[in-house]
Design a protein around this ligand. Structure first.
Ligand code: ADP
Ligand code: 5GP
Length: 208
């Protein structure tokens, strides 16, 4: 059984990246994994149709609402949320499998999902991504070009509510220049990997 702390023997870490839609969470996670391929990305399930270039199994598992609701009933999600008329959820099995093996895991979710995960896995590391400004956030949503006007407005209007959540996060990253924001995320990862309690096994190798 997976420990409530969010890892097996304590060496694998579990980073939850949250923040408003369009702030750059997915981009930052992918850049970090590109630099450190040992980190696994938890691919979410969604009922949203794929955007051009999105790949099933890599960006999301794209499933029907019926299948999604069946999974909810069976308790297969560690958390799930309804956002912008679609459903999004984190697979409990993916998390359990990786964390039991003490893999390092990163996932990108909305603030509702992050809150649920904080209760279920308090040992996770919770990182909030801030945009440089609301104006820039809107520009990013527009540049991504994935949403119709109404959906884009909803995502943008949600942002202020989500930013109010920053109070309980472990780390805040300002995603202004991408390379600098990735450096910060990598820095958080490396510092967390070096925490004394995660090095206990290594230290014991010298002592016993
Ligand atoms: P989220 O996963 O938070 O919804 P995305 O990662 O899809 O956001 O990023 C939204 C858009 O903003 C994408 O087009 C992405 O390329 C762009 N983007 C992300 N970070 C930056 C940045 N630091 N500077 C400029 N554009 C960025
Ligand atoms: P998008 O449609 O832009 O890919 O995602 C919409 C929002 O849902 C984003 O804020 C994204 O981070 C969030 N999201 C993606 N996957 C999950 C998930 O598994 N759970 C939750 N709660 N939110 C998710």
């Amino acid at each position: 059984m997976l420990s409530k702390q969010g890892s097996g023997s304590g060496e694998g870490i579990f980073i939850v990246v949250a923040g408003p839609s369009g702030v750059g969470k997915t981009t930052l996670c992918m850049e970090l994994i590109h630099q450190i391929p040992d980190i696994k990305f938890s691919v979410s399930y969604t009922t949203r149709p794929p955007r051009p270039f999105e790949v099933h199994g890599k960006d999301y598992f794209f499933i029907s609402e019926k299948k999604f609701r069946e999974r909810i009933k069976k308790g297969e999600f560690a958390e799930w949320a309804e956002k912008y008329e679609f459903l999004y959820g984190t697979s409990k099995e993916t998390m359990t499998e990786y964390l039991k093996k003490d893999c390092d895991l990163i996932l990108a979710v909305d603030t509702h999902g992050a809150r649920t995960l904080k209760v279920a896995y308090p040992g996770g590391i919770f990182v909030f991504i801030l945009p440089p400004s609301l104006k820039v956030l809107k520009e990013r949503l527009m540049v991504r070009g994935a949403e119709k006007k109404a959906s884009l407005e909803k995502r943008f209007n949600n942002a202020m509510e989500e930013i109010k959540e920053t109070i309980w996060y472990d780390y805040i990253i300002l995603n202004d220049r991408l390379d600098s924001a990735v450096d910060h995320l990598r820095g958080i990862y490396l510092a967390e990997k070096s925490r004394r309690e995660r090095m206990t096994k290594k230290i014991e190798d010298f002592i016993t």
